[in-house]
Design a protein around this ligand. Structure first.
Ligand code: 9RB
Ligand code: ZN
Length: 369
């Protein structure tokens, strides 16, 4: 069976403006720059590595469509959808909600194509058109709660696809595993009181948003216990991440036994990322993907849909994403040429303070039933 893969050139046309992280403002010393930190070129480079390496020949190409308004409204408020659409018609576009997430004219259409890309890959996995799949979408989605965009996210792509899977395709239980280095706060809030969707976020402790993602945020009402946060200390490498996946994510997935696993796949735990301080290499991403695939074989016939989130090193993101997609497809074509550098750094062995956090959160798995 095949691995689905989705990218669209329009994702690479997202206009992130002339700021670097904050909008350019010479009055306070903020210079304009060619590429905003979230410029989509990083993801375009990942796509082109998939093509040039020949991996594309081992994948089943899927085509995105635009998510419809009614699909967005399963997750988002009408006010949020309306505001993005109307700002998108302005000559210079607008901002997703926090002043650091700019989009250009037509940004609504790119954002709906990102949500629709997540929908298409999730649909293809659920319907058995592919065994698993990767949606390389832009912009990202996991910070967006119901009523706003933030942290470069406009609409919560993965959540829109999960809601459709639940409500239209009739998938009983879905797990969302978010290994983006930042907390999946939007996804957490959307499914906060929903016991049919398990949300697990592994992230760097208080990186972004700086005030969420704590282990004690566990879901509310009927959803209590069905949200897990694993805030890893800065400096966690392959050993720490793999320990976290093996000892928290995998047992949680076994206990929950979902019918579908969606991975919110950020590449920003990588060792060269400008917006975080973790040390993960392509070896770590390969191992995490394989661990999720293995448990998916046990619980849900291997149904895994990965949806791109963040990742900001144009140098290293392509190799980390490539490692995930190769693992999904079960082929090995290209060695990571940067591995000698990032794999040689000290810090890949599990440290006691990393293990302590994982072991503490692992105890909460007992409440998933
Ligand atoms: C602002 C701050 C940010 C915003 C977004 C990211 C990464 C997002 C991502 C990182 C730092 C702070 C506007 C802090 O990749 N998600 O997956 N910083 N935002 N303070 N202020 C005022
Ligand atoms: Zn991130």
């Amino acid at each position: 069976m095949s691995t689905g893969y989705l990218w669209h050139e329009l994702y690479g046309w997202a206009d992130t403006g002339s700021g670097s992280l904050f909008p350019a403002d010479p009055g306070v010393g903020l210079q304009p720059i060619a590429h905003h930190v979230a410029h989509p070129d990083t993801k375009r480079r990942m796509h082109e590595l998939v093509v040039v390496s020949g991996l594309i020949d081992h994948l089943q190409r899927l085509q995105p469509r635009h998510a419809g308004e009614e699909e967005l409204l399963r997750v988002h408020t009408p006010e949020h959808v309306r505001r993005i659409r109307s700002e998108s018609r302005l000559p210079k576009g607008g901002d997703a909600g926090d002043g650091i997430s700019p989009f250009g004219r037509g940004g609504y259409e790119i954002a709906t194509l990102a949500a629709g890309g997540a929908i298409e890959v999730v649909d293809a996995v659920v319907q058995g058109r592919v065994e698993n799949g990767y949606a390389l979408v832009h912009p990202c989605g996991h910070h967006a709660p119901a009523d706003t965009g933030m942290g470069f996210c406009v609409f919560n792509n993965a959540a829109v696809a999960v809601k459709r899977a639940r409500e239209v395709l009739g998938v009983p239980k879905v797990a969302v595993v978010d290994w983006d280095v930042h907390h999946g706060n939007g996804t957490q809030s959307i499914f906060w009181d929903d016991p049919s969707v398990l949300t697990v976020s592994i992230h760097q402790d208080r990186c972004f948003p700086p005030n969420s993602g704590f282990g004690h945020e566990r879901g509310g009402g009927a959803g209590h216990g069905y949200n897990l946060n694993l805030p890893l200390p800065p400096g966690t490498g392959d050993g720490g991440y793999l320990y976290a996946v093996e000892n928290v994510v995998v047992p949680a997935l076994r206990a929950f036994a979902p019918d579908l696993i969606v991975v919110a796949s950020g590449m920003d735990p990588n060792a060269m990322d400008p917006l975080a301080r973790q040390l993960v290499t392509s070896r770590g991403f390969r191992g995490m993907t394989q661990a999720v695939l293995d448990v998916a074989q046990e619980v849900c016939g291997g149904k895994v849909a990965m949806v791109q989130e963040g990742g900001y090193s144009p140098h290293y993101v392509p190799f980390c994403g490539y490692a995930c997609i190769e693992t999904l497809a079960g082929v090995r074509l290209l060695d990571d040429p940067l591995f000698p550098v990032v794999g040689g750094m000290h810090g890949h062995d599990l440290e006691p303070h990393q293990k302590a956090v994982c072991d503490e959160i692992a105890e909460l798995v007992a409440d998933i039933g």
